[in-house]
Design a binder for this molecule. Structure first.
Ligand code: SAM
Length: 482
C-alpha cells in the first residue's frame, strides 16, 4: 500500500502507485484544462514573506511530462525558467568530482568498476595522493568537491573515507581551500552517516539508479548494493544520522524515464513527509560509454529533448531543490538545460582515480576511469562560457558553513533573501577565482559582470558591504560571506 510516510521502501516507492500515476498521466496528457490548471498552481507567487512556489505532486508533474502538445511544452519551459530565476537567479554553482578509489565489490552492470571487471586497473589514493589531487583542484580554482568511491569494506572502509575528508579540508595551497566536501559513496549505516556528518560533509549524494525494484535487482545482481530496500532507505538513515542535505538521482537509460520521474518525486515527497525537508539536490546522470560498458545495450536511453523536458518538469515540481548536471553532458546539451532549471554543474572533471595531479588540461588518463566525459573544457573555459551566456559562476559554500542547511536553506529561498545573500556571495567567490586562477580573457569578462551584478543587490547595506568585500579581495583578503 502506498504510504509516503512509511519507512519501508516498497511503501513509499509503491510500484502500483507509480503504474497508476503513469496511467493517469497518459489519460490526461491532452487534457488542456487540467494541464493549464497544473501550470497555474506551480507559478511563483508573491507572499508577505517573499516569493513562494507550491510545487507539484508526482501525479501532477507526471501529467506535464506525458503531455506532448508543443505549445504546452513551451509553457512548461517558460515556467521552469521563471521558477529558476526566482530562486536561483543567474547563478551556477561549480564543483568537481574527486575519485578516491575504484575498488568495488558490487556488480552494477552499467559501471566498469563492477567486481567482475578483471582488466580495469584498480587504484586507491594514498593520503599523499589525495593531497596532490586537492592541490591540483585548488590550482584550477575549485572550492567544492564531490568525493566518489566504489563500495569495498576492506579497501575503502568508512575510516578511509573519513581520513580522506580530513586531508581534503586540511590542504591550504596558496589562496586555495576546499570549503565543502559532498560525498557520493554507497548506502551505509546510521552510525557511519553520523561519522560523515561529524567530519563536516556537505551533501550526502546517492543515486537510486532505478526505482523499479525488479530491474534494480537485475542491474545489481550481487554484492551489498543488490538490496533494493537498503539502498532506497539510505536517505532516511542519513537523515537519522543528522545529515540534513541529501542528493537524489537516477541513472537515466536503465528504466523507462516516466517511471523513474514519478519514483524520484515520490522519494522527494517521502523525505518531506517524514523529515520535514525534501532533497537538497537532484542529479540527472545519463549512462555513458566506459571501459567494458556499451551504453547502447540499455534500451531506455533518452534523447536530448526528453532530457530537457525531464529537467524542466523537475524544476516545476520541486522548485527549491538544486539540480545538478555533470560533464557526462556535452557543452551544447548543458547550454540547453541550464536555463531550464540546473543550479550546479561540474567543470574540468576527471572520472579516474588520480586523474588531476600531474596531467595537463589536455591529458586525460583512461586506465581507471568510470565513464567518458563529454564536456572536456578547462574550468577557466567553462567559467568564461557561463559568463558569456549571462550566468554568474559561483564558488560559494556559505550556506552550509553558516549552518543554513536542510529547512533553514529552504526558508532562505522562500523569504527572498537570496538576492541579498547568495547573489553577493556568488560575486565575491567569482572575484576570488578571477584574482587567483583566471586567464586574462576571463578576467576581462568577469570584472564587467561583477560590476554590473553588484548593482542588482536590492538591499543598499548589503550592496555597500559586498562592494567593499570585493575591493578587499582585490587587496589580497579572502573568504568573505553573507
Ligand atoms: N559506489 C557508489 C554507489 O554505488 O552509489 C557511488 C558512486 S559511483 C562512483 C557514482 C555514480 O556513477 C553511480 O551512482 C552511477 O549512477 C554513475 N555511473 C556508473 N556507471 C556509469 C556510466 N557508465 N555512465 C554514467 N554514469 C555512471
Amino acid at each position: 500500500m502506498y504510504n509516503p510516510k512509511s519507512l519501508k521502501a516498497e511503501e513509499f516507492i509503491d510500484n502500483q502507485e507509480i503504474l497508476d500515476t503513469l496511467e493517469y498521466a497518459e489519460q490526461n496528457k491532452h487534457n488542456r484544462e487540467l494541464i493549464e490548471q497544473i501550470l497555474e498552481k506551480a507559478k511563483p507567487r508573491k507572499t508577505a514573506r517573499g516569493v513562494e512556489c507550491s510545487g507539484l505532486s508526482h501525479r501532477e508533474a507526471s501529467v506535464l511530462l506525458a503531455c506532448d502538445i508543443p505549445e504546452m511544452t513551451e509553457k512548461m519551459y517558460s515556467l521552469a525558467k521563471e521558477i529558476k530565476q526566482a530562486f536561483y537567479g543567474n547563478r551556477i554553482v561549480m564543483f568537481a568530482p574527486l575519485y578516491l578509489s575504484n575498488y568495488c565489490v558490487n556488480q552494477c552492470v552499467y559501471c566498469p568498476y563492477h567486481h567482475q571487471n578483471k582488466h580495469i586497473a584498480r587504484k586507491k589514493l594514498t593520503q599523499e595522493e589525495v593531497a596532490k589531487e586537492v592541490i591540483a583542484l585548488q590550482d584550477m580554482g575549485h572550492k567544492r568537491l564531490a568525493i566518489e568511491a566504489g563500495e569495498d569494506p576492506v579497501n575503502n572502509p568508512i575510516e578511509y573515507i573519513l581520513e580522506c575528508i580530513k586531508t581534503i579540508y586540511s590542504i591550504k595551497h596558496k589562496n586555495g581551500a576546499i570549503r565543502r566536501v559532498n560525498v557520493n559513496i554507497a548506502a551505509t549505516t546510521v552510525e557511519n552517516y553520523r561519522k560523515l556528518k561529524d567530519a563536516g560533509i556537505g551533501t550526502y549524494i546517492l543515486f537510486q539508479e532505478t526505482y523499479h525494484k525488479e530491474s534494480y535487482e537485475k542491474l545489481h545482481p550481487a554484492g551489498p548494493k543488490h538490496n533494493y530496500a537498503y539502498h532506497t532507505e539510505a536517505m532516511d538513515r542519513a537523515m537519522e544520522g543528522s545529515i540534513d542535505d541529501v542528493g537524489l538521482g537516477v541513472l537515466f537509460g536503465l528504466e523507462l524515464y516516466k517511471y523513474e520521474f514519478a519514483g524520484l518525486l515520490m522519494h522527494a515527497e517521502h523525505l518531506e513527509a517524514v523529515h520535514g525537508v525534501g532533497p537538497h539536490t537532484i542529479s540527472v546522470p545519463r549512462i555513458k560509454r566506459a571501459d567494458d560498458i556499451d551504453p547502447t545495450v540499455f534500451d531506455n536511453g533518452i534523447d536530448d529533448d526528453t532530457f530537457a523536458k525531464i529537467i524542466a518538469c523537475i524544476r516545476i515540481a520541486v522548485p527549491y531543490t538544486g539540480m545538478i548536471v555533470s560533464t557526462r553532458e556535452s557543452e551544447a546539451c548543458r547550454n540547453k538545460v541550464i536555463s531550464l532549471g540546473i543550479s550546479q554543474i561540474s567543470g574540468a572533471s576527471r572520472t579516474s582515480v588520480g586523474g588531476y595531479a600531474g596531467y595537463t588540461a589536455e591529458e586525460r588518463p583512461h586506465d581507471t576511469e568510470q565513464f567518458d566525459v563529454s564536456d572536456q573544457r578547462s574550468l577557466d573555459e567553462v567559467v568564461r562560457w557561463l559568463m558569456e551566456l549571462g550566468y554568474i559562476p559561483s564558488f560559494c559554500t556559505a550556506c552550509y558553513r553558516e549552518g543554513r542547511t536542510g529547512d533553514r536553506f529552504m526558508s532562505l529561498c522562500k523569504t527572498g533573501q537570496i538576492q541579498n545573500c547568495c547573489h553577493p556571495n556568488a560575486l565575491m567567490t567569482l572575484k576570488e577565482f578571477l584574482e587567483d586562477y583566471a586567464s586574462p580573457e576571463t578576467v576581462e569578462i568577469g570584472e564587467k559582470l561583477i560590476k554590473q551584478e553588484l548593482e542588482k543587490i536590492p538591499n543598499p547595506t548589503a550592496r555597500k558591504k559586498a562592494t567593499e568585500y570585493i575591493e578587499n579581495i582585490h587587496e589580497g583578503k579572502r573568504d568573505f560571506r553573507f
